[in-house]
Design a protein. Sequence first.
Length: 216
Amino acid sequence: MKLTRFPLCWPDGWKRTAESDRKNAHFWRASRGDSGVYMKRSLTVTDGVERILDELRHLGIDADDSVISTNVPVRMDGLPMGKATEPRDPGVAVYWQRGGRQQSIATDVYKRVADNLGAIGASLEALRTIARHGGPQILDRAFRGFAQLPERSGGPLNWRAVLEFSSSEYEELSRDQIEERFRELSHRHHPDKGGTDQHQADLNRARSEALSEIGR
């Protein structure tokens, strides 16, 4: 998958929302009018981008290494243009590096790009709450859900990585555990839900290798 800021580069395995199921949102930003009174106005693309970059910085993530991917044409600095025609596909995906691994978050549940940007900003803000009250260990666990599968390096991935078993789960895995994880991931990453045929092939191979290994 080639990572692009424009057009939208949707993460493998993330389910897409049908156009008919997308909703209106209520993301706002306070702005000061000519009379000096603060009023609420709908979030703009520029507002949403700034909110995401600010949240990434608060999480200790280098915003310069992040990528905000949409179907909005980009400016010279690579960020989405503030004033552009609303694309038919309003999806937003954000990629960043953490702990030497690429992670991502994406959403397309709302009809406007700006509102999907706002939704991701709100999700990142929620992670800051986890960091503040739960500490780094809980935050690390929360971030695992955003991790991309490791890049291939000359060969297929280990079946444990493909089936997303953590190091603490490596010992004494049963056939039932492997079958249950395989069914869960096959359902989540089915091509009809935004997954890829290659990912499903990897899952099939990993299941076969896992059952063969524990059966020795």
